[in-house]
Design a binder for this molecule. Structure first.
Ligand code: A2P
Length: 279
């Protein structure tokens, strides 16, 4: 007999909007990334997020289960066959306390309705784009940095990533390394595209070559000196921001101070902001 027929039958998806986990990597005790199958019909713009999650515990009274969903930026580019996500692990977080244990073959729920403001459509044309991220806020930029349009639209692309510790920079570091050596991207975008890409990682609570919050490094002018670029101006610079709430509010104020205005899908301007998900 054909040995394939002896194999366990393929499990039917048990969850609504189920997708199958294909890969999981734990980066630190607080961070992991994973990949899942992509619904054939799912189209999204780089930088958008979807709702993902798991089935919640049964209601003690009715026994009914409801999905437990959170907004996650899609970290993979729109041309990728699978979807990638980058997540924090919160030990008492309703979702991530459980999600951190997923393994290849497991199912998660993914509502196929991408939305969000960190999209090229929400910005006016410019010369230089800044991606300002803290922590898991790098996720939408992992998608945008692998999107050919980012390099078609701008002469210079600068990713800043501020984390507490060095280990928390590793996902971004490997992302940048993989982009710089990606021949398919080079074919897609054009030779030498990665010369446009600048990467500026900083840490705040562990020694690294560049210490400090990006906001402080902007105020002191250090980041502009290091990168040999002028401070942001509404004529040349565009910005996308994704991080914790305090960071978003502080940098938003600073961007307004440089003369940039907040944009939206319906009203493109000079910068856009989105909150990184925290369970
Ligand atoms: P810090 O260590 O000085 O708080 P978190 O893991 O808490 O989300 O933080 C991620 C990074 O964002 C940390 O390096 C943290 O620095 C930094 N951060 C927190 N608040 C702000 C802020 N208001 N402006 C700039 N960076 C911030």
């Amino acid at each position: 007999t054909d040995s394939a027929t002896d194999a366990t039958p393929v499990k039917k998806p048990a969850l609504p909007d189920a997708q199958t986990v294909t890969f999981v990597k734990h980066w630190t005790d607080r961070l992991f990334s994973f990949r899942v199958t992509r619904p054939a019909s799912l189209r999204f713009r780089s930088g958008e997020f979807v709702m993902i999650g798991l089935m919640g515990d049964p209601d003690p009274k009715t026994g009914k289960q409801k999905p437990l969903l959170r907004a996650y930026s899609i970290a993979s580019p729109s041309w990728d066959e699978e979807l990638e996500f980058y997540s924090i692990k919160v030990q008492d977080g309703p979702l991530t306390s459980r999600l951190q244990h997923i393994e290849p073959g497991d199912e998660i729920i993914l509502r196929p309705k991408p939305v969000g403001t960190l999209v090229h459509d929400a910005l006016l044309p410019g010369k230089r784009i800044w991606f300002f991220a803290t922590g898991t806020g790098i996720a939408p930029f992992a998608s945008l940095l692998r999107d050919p349009q980012t390099y078609e639209d701008y002469d210079e692309v600068i990713l800043t990533h501020t984390c507490r510790e060095v280990g928390e920079l590793q996902y971004g570091k490997e992302l940048i390394d993989s982009i710089r050596s990606d021949e398919m991207l080079e074919e897609l975008i054009g030779e030498g595209f990665h010369k446009k890409l600048r990467y500026y990682p900083t840490t705040t609570r562990e020694d690294s070559p560049k210490m400090g919050r990006i906001t402080d490094l902007m105020r002191s002018g250090e980041v502009f000196a290091d990168l040999a670029v002028p401070p942001l101006s509404p004529e040349t610079d565009r910005a996308m921001v994704c991080g914790n709430l305090a960071f978003n509010l502080e940098i938003k104020d600073m961007l307004e101070g440089y003369g940039l205005n907040e944009g939206a899908n319906s009203n493109p301007q000079q910068y856009v902001v989105e909150k990184a998900f925290l369970d």
